[in-house]
Design a protein around this ligand. Structure first.
Ligand code: ZN
Length: 82
């Protein structure tokens, strides 16, 4: 079979379930030096869940310039026609 190069377009995968293999490590946290246990995706964790909580606060990735402009509000009634 001859091989040839094809162009693969970018596409988005729909939400789906996937089986992932996690391991539970027993280790000593580097920060608090407490023996702990943590489930990860295969790499040995360095910190316990107290020192590095699973849902760590994300750094704001959206730049401020991308904020939507707010509609102007006028406080004075002088502009009203009536
Ligand atoms: Zn810790």
């Amino acid at each position: 079979m001859p091989s040839k190069i094809i162009q693969v377009k970018e596409y988005t995968v729909r939400a789906h379930q996937r089986e992932i293999h996690t391991r539970t490590f027993n280790f000593v946290c580097k920060q608090c030096d407490e023996p702990t246990q943590r489930e990860t995706f295969g790499i040995r964790p360095l910190y316990c869940e107290r020192c590095r909580p699973p849902q760590a606060p994300k750094k704001s990735a959206v730049p401020l310039k991308k904020r939507k402009p707010r509609p102007m509000t006028y406080k004075s009634d002088e502009g009203k026609v009536g």
